[in-house]
Design a protein around this ligand. Structure first.
Ligand code: GLN
Ligand code: ZN
Length: 759
């Protein structure tokens, strides 16, 4: 029999039940038992849902109260020493302290650093290892969840993050390679596997996504050592699970490891099946990741069947598993509840539940069950209506794309000419001050937006409200003495949603939540069709703000790559093409802002770095189109209009050349938390344009004083010329209060003045 399964299921719940259970626990409204009960109910509901949708067996231990990498670190006691007393005393409180930090009863512990899980929009906590890190089993979460599943009648497969991928995701506080800890870690993995076997687990899914990355010789050796050691223990069968890309050069390594099964990603690595079949040792089970675990479209089942038949022919039914490409953590749970969507469009979607149903259809078709035929036919119909739909394919957009000339990505003149024209128009002092766009989103602002959305506040009243907020914000900035002002972004809920709602080709779900980290979820827009801009999106409020001041005002747009990156995108054309369409829509907006007399326009690209492919060989092509798209949007501006961009993430030293190629006149970047570490890149690379290294960490309630900011600016002056430096916070101020904003910006303006005087 062919086995249908999944590699992991969303934890948060269709109605974000886990979020609410966590947050009420953190507030102290509910006790630990209430939280455990809510978590157990979710696990049970999700196992049942998966079985009912057609899965033959289900994963367990894929559930987490916060993050599965943190769970792994916690389980092996790979936690910094200063958390231990708290963890020993109250494991749950200790666990959440690692996730979120804690400040009470004389305890003051920072949260672990958080970073992106491969190239997804999920964030994991980075475990910190000491030089002589020791490990031991703490608790028995995988065993307990296995037994819990069994008690509910599910023969579940515990999921563990594999030892090599786990260590590669850790960091050593002394900067050494975390893989050095492997020998000490392996006995604890072995002990855990033995326990799982004793508990009755037949299979364990051991996730090694790092097998799809570029590996050096040390990593390859680590893989061999690790799996040889685990092979020597009395353990369940291991399904070595790889995802997020093809194995490529790591295929011989993956095939040689002594395990009982191998899972491969056939969505991102659809070309690898032949090679994998050729290298697969006899007896080994192959799990085919046929259905996209990271996107929300129905699968082309006929195409998937071709691959599956090929594998079936070589392996036979008993050696074949069908699964999504990766965990379903990255998609929402059920498309059928999206009753407000156009039913035709809804019919093109497959969330977690529908994906399992698709796998069932594939398995039934492979087993020649007659019932599969009708389902396959329905899938074909959905596929072909989508392919032919006029909602998806729009002639005007196609024509514009074909006519797109490389010149469109070129500003009229080179930077030195632009700089002179912009300076003549703006007359800015040295060290000009500005902000990144948003000002505090107070409860009042959020309430008004919610009331407007629900119809309780009329359009006219909402507009009046926004006009007042903007006027007050402009006055505030003038009083503080900033040089380039903004309107404050009070009308925006989210920097992608605000634009997506106004562009053609986007839809929004009601419950399409995906976990971003911990209890935080996002509801990414779905780009389903050709993108265009029916009407101006930001001109009204930007123009209004400019009309209130004689200081230059900076218009705010979200860049094409960021909009793409934070949405579910079409799978029927290259990402680069979708991005170009968004870029053209934004180009029209830039042209309209320009025509409205706005002298500076900021196109935010905080997600540009995130889109970087996992493999080095794929990066140049990505950077090329990503940069081109930014330039297409920006190049509608005349020379005298100053184009800004903004990025916030920790490391951009490695893409500095691409950042320069974006050809923005000014870039603002997050630097204050890293104490300007980013500037190291400028020692060797001479960034040619202007740059505002953030001097105020807006993520923290701390207000730095002028001396602290001055110290940062002096650091910047060591590698940049005075005429290159801007003075601004790290990012938007929307999460800060007005008091904090006022206090910090006063200090910032003072720091800039001191810098000017010192010239
Ligand atoms: N302009 C946006 C803001 O200030 C930028 C947000 C971001 O970089 N994430 O809020
Ligand atoms: Zn930012």
């Amino acid at each position: 029999m062919i086995t249908v399964t999944t590699l992991g299921f969303p934890r948060i719940g269709a109605r974000r039940e886990l979020k609410y259970a966590l947050e009420s626990h953190w507030r102290g409204d509910t006790c630990a038992d209430d939280l455990y009960t809510a978590a157990r109910e979710l696990r049970h509901r999700h196992w049942t849902l998966q079985r009912d949708a057609g899965a033959d067996n289900v994963p367990c231990n894929d559930f987490s109260l916060y993050d599965h990498v943190l769970d792994t670190a916690f389980l092996f006691d790979a936690v910094p020493g200063d958390y231990r007393p708290l963890i020993d005393n109250d494991p749950l409180a200790g666990y959440f302290a690692l996730a979120r930090g804690v400040q009470r009863d004389g305890i003051d512990l920072h949260a672990l650093e958080m970073t992106k899980w491969f190239d997804t929009n999920y964030h994991y906590l980075v475990p910190e290892l000491q030089a002589e890190q020791t490990f031991r089993l703490r608790g028995d979460k995988p065993v307990a969840e296995f037994l819990e599943a069994r008690a509910s009648g599910f023969d579940a497969r515990p999921v563990l993050l594999g030892p090599v991928s786990f260590l590669r995701l850790c960091k050593r506080i002394d900067g050494a390679d975390p893989l050095h800890a492997l020998e000490r870690l392996l006995p604890v993995y072995a002990e855990l596997l033995e326990k799982l076997r004793q508990a009755g687990a037949e299979w364990v899914q051991i996730d090694e996504p790092c097998l799809t990355l570029d590996l050096n010789a040390d990593a390859a050796t680590a893989y061999r050592r690790a799996y040889a050691a685990l092979a020597a223990t009395a353990r369940p069968k291991l399904m070595l699970t790889t995802y997020f890309g093809p194995l490529d050069a790591n295929l011989p390594l993956a095939a040689e490891l002594p395990v009982e099964g191998l899972h491969i990603d056939l969505v991102r690595g659809h070309g690898q099946l032949g090679d994998v079949l050729a290298s697969l040792p006899p007896e080994r089970i192959l799990s085919l990741g046929l259905i996209d675990g990271r996107n929300i479209w129905r699968t082309d089942l006929d195409r998937a069947l071709i691959l599956a038949r090929h594998a079936l022919h070589r392996l036979g039914q008993d050696r074949l598993w069908l699964a999504p490409s990766c965990s379903l953590l990255h998609v929402p749970i059920d498309a059928s509840t999206e009753t407000r969507l156009d039913p035709e469009l809804r019919g093109w979607l497959a969330f977690a539940r529908q994906k399992i149903e698709e796998l069932r259809i594939l398995a039934d078709a492979l087993e020649e069950k007659p019932s599969a035929q009708a389902a396959l036919q329905a899938a074909r119909t959905a596929q072909s209506t989508r392919q032919q739909s006029k909602k998806v394919h729009r002639l005007e957009v196609a024509t514009r794309m074909t006519a797109l000339d490389p010149v469109a990505a070129q500003r009229r003149s080179a930077y030195p000419v632009r700089r002179e024209r912009q300076q003549a128009r703006l007359s800015l002092p040295y060290y000009p001050t500005t902000t990144i766009g948003s000002f505090p989103q107070t409860t009042e602002v959020r309430r008004a937006r919610a009331q407007h959305k629900s119809g309780k506040l009329s359009d006219a009243d909402y507009d009046m409200f926004l006009a007042k907020q903007i006027a007050a914000c402009v006055r505030f900035q003038e009083e503080i003495g900033l040089n380039v002002l903004v309107h404050g972004e009070f009308e925006r809920n989210d920097m992608v949603e605000y634009f997506g709602e106004q562009l053609d080709g986007f839809v929004f779900t009601r419950n399409g939540w995906v976990q971003s980290y911990g209890s935080r979820c996002v509801k990414p827009p779905i780009i389903y069709g050709d993108v265009s801009r029916p009407r101006p999106m930001t001109v009204h409020w930007t123009h209004y703000a400019q009309s209130l001041t004689s200081k230059p005002l900076k218009g705010m747009l979200t860049g094409p790559v960021t909009i793409l990156q934070w949405s579910f995108v079409r799978d029927d054309q290259p990402r680069a093409d979708t991005c170009r369409q968004i870029a053209l829509a934004l180009r029209d907006e830039v042209a309209d802002l320009e025509a409205a007399g706005i002298p500076a326009i900021q196109i935010d690209e905080p997600a540009l770095r995130e889109g970087l492919p996992l493999r080095a060989a794929d990066r140049p092509a990505y950077l090329e189109w990503a940069v081109e798209c930014f330039r297409i949007a920006a190049a509608a501006a005349t020379d005298a209009t100053q184009i800004h961009t903004h990025m916030c993430y920790a490391e951009f030293n490695d893409i500095i050349a691409a950042v320069a190629a974006m050809d923005a006149d000014v870039i603002s970047i997050e630097t204050s938390r890293s104490r300007m570490e980013l500037l190291d890149a400028f020692v060797t690379f001479h960034y040619p344009h202007q740059i505002g290294p953030g001097v105020y960490d807006i993520h923290s309630p701390r207000i730095p004083d002028r001396h602290e900011m001055l110290a940062l600016l002096r650091k910047a002056s060591a590698v940049l010329a005075p005429e290159q430096i801007w003075v601004n916070p790290d990012c938007g101020l929307k999460t800060r209060s007005w008091e904090e904003t006022h206090a910090a910006l006063v200090e910032m303006v003072a720091a800039a003045e001191t810098m000017r005087r010192s010239l």
